[in-house]
Design a protein around this ligand. Sequence first.
Ligand code: ATP
Ligand code: MG
Length: 233
Amino acid sequence: MLSVSNINVWYGAIHAIKDISFEVNDGEVVALIGANGAGKSTSLKTLSGLLRTRTGSIEFMGEDITHMPAEKIVEHGLVHVPEGRRIFQQMTVEENLDMGAYTQPRDTIAGNLERVYAHFPRLKERRRQVAGTLSGGEQQMLAMGRGLMANPKLLMLDEPSMGLAPILVEQIFEIIQALHEAGTTILLVEQNAQAALSIANRGYVMETGRITLTGTGQELLHNDDVRKAYLGG
Ligand SMILES: Nc1ncnc2c1ncn2[C@@H]1O[C@H](COP(=O)(O)OP(=O)(O)OP(=O)(O)O)[C@@H](O)[C@H]1O
Ligand SMILES: [Mg+2]
């Protein structure tokens, strides 16, 4: 579904992504883990067209999207829920969800909204509430719901559990699994390596701009180096 070949990304003189290649197959959950500054968010931003690679190529659903504008990439079904949520604080929950559907035909929006509310009943209860007054967990649900409004074939989630209490982290991971079971392919960036690898079919470990290790979720969970570096021993 997604094939990334030898991409290199710079911020000015900083070489943030160093010749990485990876893939995501239809129906998978793939986890991308690594320490702060490893290049995880930079990778997702490059896939969604917010940053550009100097080399290599990115192919999505059989099409070369390496130089495609960001809004076209969304239209193709590659949807990015960024780190830090970035919801529209002054707008209501439902207005935020509508914004997520800007690439979609008008007649599909009502159905999509119902689908989002089925995954996130909390958002339905609060649909007239101003988004800036939602709790952190609710804001994360809204960010994910807004991504779903774009009808993703591949949903990229950047640190969905960041800053949430354990009970909410558990809920967010349950929702990710439910989305997966409902047919969405997922590329998941997480600091919570334990939770991410537990639900992932496969994973990649990033260190200072490179991919240093790959395997199934279970292989990585039981790998000694991964345990020491990311799972507390
Ligand atoms: N706008 C920017 N300008 C310059 N350097 C940047 C910029 N954004 C990120 N970087 C650098 O690129 C590297 C990768 O950053 P990135 O945000 O991709 O890391 P990350 O793996 O997502 O980390 P975290 O887990 O902390 O979110 C870091 O060294 C970071 O300082
Ligand atoms: Mg990041």
